[in-house]
Design a protein around this ligand. Structure first.
Ligand code: HEM
Length: 206
């Protein structure tokens, strides 16, 4: 009991570190880089961005690891299929974690000059994955909180399946697609809120 609470507390704390940094990159740093003087930008690329990326990726790692512990703990008594809402949140969270470690961090190493490669192409790939994570953050948190604090009677297999397919399609877009309406800060925030409402409606009414 006490141990489960400690993991839950640590999970949310690490989640704040991670998603706080994600929002910093998407809403603050990239917008600042568009306007910054060349030497201010060069200094930030060298000294600020690597520090922010360190907290970002390790925040993601420990959120994920504590999330796995929680999944194991809550799965111990019930069947996983009896917890559709947490699966919507956990799938979004797991894909977001993979985007951090398998796309954003490797590509950012090239962008920051820590590794050889095609800078502009890597910046575009990292940017799309980062925007997708911002998009998924609303539904992810909806799933995390909704599983215990929101009552939805009898989620249908169709509603649940539709949510899973939408999240997987958005991940496919992160790998092969474009930023589209997520390009602007306003756009990605609106899309994230709209997606959260859509998934909620699918779970509640389908
Ligand atoms: C990386 C993948 C993640 C996995 C596998 C995961 C898994 C979980 C699980 C299993 C729970 C317990 C749900 C329940 O008791 O019904 C949970 C709760 C929660 N998670 Fe995550 N999570 C992830 C990412 C995140 C992120 C990024 C955040 C951002 C802050 C977050 C915030 C929360 C919150 C606020 C709760 C609710 C705690 C409560 O109400 O007791 N999670 N998560």
């Amino acid at each position: 009991m006490i141990l489960e609470f400690i993991f839950r507390w640590a999970h949310v704390l690490f989640g704040i570190v991670w998603i706080g940094m994600l929002y910093y990159f998407n809403f603050v740093q990239t917008e600042y880089f568009k306007e910054a003087e060349a030497d201010a930008k060069a200094d930030a690329v060298k000294k600020l961005a690597p520090r922010a990326l360190w907290w970002f990726r390790w925040g993601a790692m420990f959120t994920f690891l504590t999330g796995l512990v929680l999944l194991h703990q809550i799965g111990a008594g019930t069947s996983f299929l009896g917890m559709p809402v947490i699966w919507v949140g956990a799938l979004a969270g797991i894909l977001m974690f993979l985007n951090v470690w398998l796309i954003i961090w490797p590509k950012q190493q090239v962008v920051l000059g820590l590794k050889e490669g095609d800078g502009p192409a890597c910046a575009a790939k990292a940017g799309l994955a980062s925007r997708t994570n911002t998009l998924l953050s609303g539904p992810m948190l909806f799933g995390m909180l909704g599983s215990k604090h929101l009552y939805i009677a009898d989620v249908s297999a169709v509603g649940f399946g539709a949510c899973i397919l939408i999240i997987l399609a958005l991940e496919a877009n992160a790998l092969f697609g474009k930023t589209g309406p997520m390009t602007s800060v306003k756009g990605v925030i609106h899309c994230s809120l709209a997606l959260t409402v859509l998934l909620w409606a699918l779970l509640a009414f389908l």
